[in-house]
Design a binder for this molecule. Sequence first.
Ligand code: HEM
Length: 438
Amino acid sequence: MTPEKDTTRHPADPGRRALLGGALSATGGALAGFVGGRATAAEDGAGSAGAAGDAGPRARLDLDELVEPGRRRLLDLPGDAASPEAGASELGRTVVDARGRTQAGVLTSPPAHAAWVAFDLATGDRETLRRVMRIWTDSIDRLTAGRGTLTDTEPELAQLPASLTVTVGWGLGAYLAAGLDDHAPTWLAPLPPMDFDEMNPDYTDGELVLQVCADDLLTVRHAMRQLVEDARDLTLLRWQMSGYRHSAGVSRPGAPMRNLFGQVDGTGNPQAEELADLVHREDGSAAMVVRRVRFLMGTWEAAPQEIREQSIGRTLRTGAPLTGEKESDPLDLGAKGEDGKPVIHQNAHVRLARDGNPRHRFLRRPYNYDDGAGDVGQVFVAFCQDVDEQFVPILERIGSSDLLNEWLVHEGSAVFHVLPGVPVDDSGAYLGSHLLEA
Ligand code: HEM
């Protein structure tokens, strides 16, 4: 995907917002009445959709129920009986509630599709940020519940949420624009430069970010379009990326994904019970690192299997450590072969990515990307409480001498602060209101 830049970064058409005249500018005040509220069917235009039971599709339940119990529910049959949405599967009808102590899309097990868009504020002031946050909060409430946004001319496209989550983060620029410098976490800054960096400004930094994930690409695209339109007059688009993993039901529930090198990717992530102390901060916020990492497929594919497996320290077929049989076997970093050399190479990725310090851990939530013409790789996304304390030490370890670096080029990098969630019962609250209204 070619990122759009500069002040014409939004699509060139005048957009619905312009056509709708003052409708959106009036929402600043009017939105408060909708935030947290469940709009009526008439407002939605797409028919209402109520909750029915707690069960979600089996393919997604395992991790989610452990980590975020009760966040999933099923919509009643959406649309009217004659619409294509009637009779939709559980997968399509699954709602992940947007509201809660934390935002969804962090601990939520990753669905098949994801897109990220980063913005800068059109004018650097608190009121602009406030307006964007109020509008997005309302739109996210609606879209994740299977309803169109206030200005959605195609609300039918919102009817199948398919586990839609939208996660909103602020870069340092948002704090500065709002005069909230003192509230910005100390780690909210560009990551230190690494040897493998070939940073492209088209994929780097940003004052705001949206991460949109769902089990259906149509849902992701529609939601993203609405949210970008919401902020059209208030922001400048900085970069966008999209990614994919296996579709739900295709692989074993809870199984890690395969990346485009064919590696089993996700095995060493913290277990569900460890995540509480590694990802979210006391206020329900979290740190988010996004790296766009291009894969050098030609030379990877030309390398012998043994070299490819040595570079990571795990087998390609099962993801088992080179010292074990099964994916779940522990890494034995001390094991030596008959030649006296370590079985897992001194510079293997898994050895360097684990330094034994229990605080140097974080949640990886990566997606594959394929933007055509050989531009393939991984949108590496990681969540933690403190980037400097948990993430940078590992980045520096792999940055110097990781065998895997032979086939990786880091082309984009951004750090965001994922805001705390919006409380379920507070109709006046919106994303960031704890700071913007203080
Ligand atoms: C985008 C390029 C990357 C690829 C293809 C990649 C691939 C992998 C693979 C296949 C594993 C082994 C299976 C697993 O535990 O998930 C792994 C483990 C890991 N990677 Fe990466 N990785 C990449 C970048 C990074 C970066 C940038 C970091 C952090 C700075 C990182 C941190 C880790 C950690 C912490 C582990 C788990 C190690 C353990 O077993 O404790 N990786 N990675």
